[in-house]
Design a protein around this ligand. Structure first.
Ligand SMILES: Cc1cc2nc3c(=O)[nH]c(=O)nc-3n(C[C@H](O)[C@H](O)[C@H](O)COP(=O)(O)OP(=O)(O)OC[C@H]3O[C@@H](n4cnc5c(N)ncnc54)[C@H](O)[C@@H]3O)c2cc1C
Length: 288
């Protein structure tokens, strides 16, 4: 049975009314039929649109992301470094002893057409804007792997849009950035997506584990799938709203050209609601 297919782009979807199966239309014209559909298709999710989530909003900034490989080891401490200078924010996280992941956040002030599109121009622009940073940062960007570079407009899903509303339609829901877009401000986007996956798998497996009166395991019915998805959304909602709020406020403070009042309110909310600055990293989503 084909369980994983690479290189598929979902262009649209709908649900077949007679069977309640989700029908995914792929770019090559083929169809995938799914009893349960979890949209993990990131910030521009087609599945989130189908469910009816309010659209994501753009920050006024964008980010270059890349990897740099150091054949003889980089020698950096295993920590998330974040340095801000003028209007630019640089982040660096070692992946292993020889590879470093980094990002540079800058204002998206020019028109779309003026932003660099190819890797060579993206790297050159990044080298130019980070010229005043320390030598290790300048070197890291100069030696970056061209094939790893990307330039992305930063987006967010407004935390107040996550407070209420239904994030399921029939047996279709979302996880990861498709539900709660995370920028580079907390370093928690990857973890948050994995937390979704663990809670979702737990909720679905409980329903698959249901047995009938004869003790036989029952197949997952549409009704049971809906119950599982609702349990998942309920369990995750508070964490998703709070982490999205913190991401949003940090974004306003770190990269947006916010007014003094907005900055003051952001700091006030963070200091009241998120007094412990690293508590979001200690969240326990339970066992699989
Ligand atoms: C600049 C920047 C820096 C960041 N730094 C960090 C960090 O240091 N640490 C951290 O934890 N998080 C970081 N994040 C956040 C993190 O990248 C995301 O939260 C995380 O990648 C979300 O994972 P995901 O699988 O939900 O979505 P994604 O990683 O966006 O994956 C979605 C996938 O779906 C595919 N896809 C999209 N549309 C379709 C379609 N129509 N059909 C088929 N496939 C589709 C995409 O190609 C992609 O492979 C950063 C984000 C940004 C923008």
């Amino acid at each position: 049975m084909e369980t994983i297919r690479f290189g598929c782009q979902v262009v649209s979807m709908n649900v077949e009314s007679s069977t309640s199966y989700a029908m995914l239309q792929l770019h090559d014209g083929s169809l995938i039929k799914a009893k349960v559909l979890i949209g993990c298709d990131g910030a521009n999710s087609v599945i989130a649109d189908y469910i009816g989530l309010k659209p994501t909003r753009p920050f006024t900034s964008c980010a270059v992301r890349g990897l740099t490989f150091y054949p003889n080891g980089h020698g950096f401490a295993p920590e998330f470094l974040r340095v801000r200078k003028d209007k630019y924010l640089v982040g660096r996280i070692p992946i292993d002893e020889k590879t470093v992941y980094w990002f540079v956040v800058l204002q998206w002030t020019q028109g779309d057409a003026e932003m660099p599109k190819d890797s060579v121009s993206i790297r050159q622009m990044t080298i130019d804007i980070t010229a005043g940073f320390s030598k290790d940062i300048v070197d890291m960007i100069e030696k970056s792997d061209l094939s790893s570079l990307s330039l992305t407009r930063l987006r967010y899903r407004a935390p107040w849009n996550l407070l209420s509303g239904n994030f399921r339609r029939e047996t279709v829901t979302v996880a990861g950035d498709a539900w709660h877009v995370k920028g580079p401000f907390l370093g928690q986007g990857g973890s948050a997506a994995l937390e979704d996956a663990i809670v979702l798998a737990r909720c679905i497996s409980k329903k698959i584990g249901d047995v009938d009166l004869n003790g036989s395991r029952m197949p997952l019915s549409a009704q049971k799938a809906i119950e599982a998805l609702d349990e998942y959304l309920k369990e995750r909602r508070q964490r998703v709203v709070l982490s999205s709020l913190l991401t949003y406020l940090r974004g306003l403070l770190l990269v947006e050209d916010s007014s003094i009042l907005v900055r003051f309110l952001s700091i006030l909310i963070i200091s009241v609601m998120f007094r412990d600055p690293s508590s979001h990293t200690r969240y326990d989503c339970g066992k699989l």
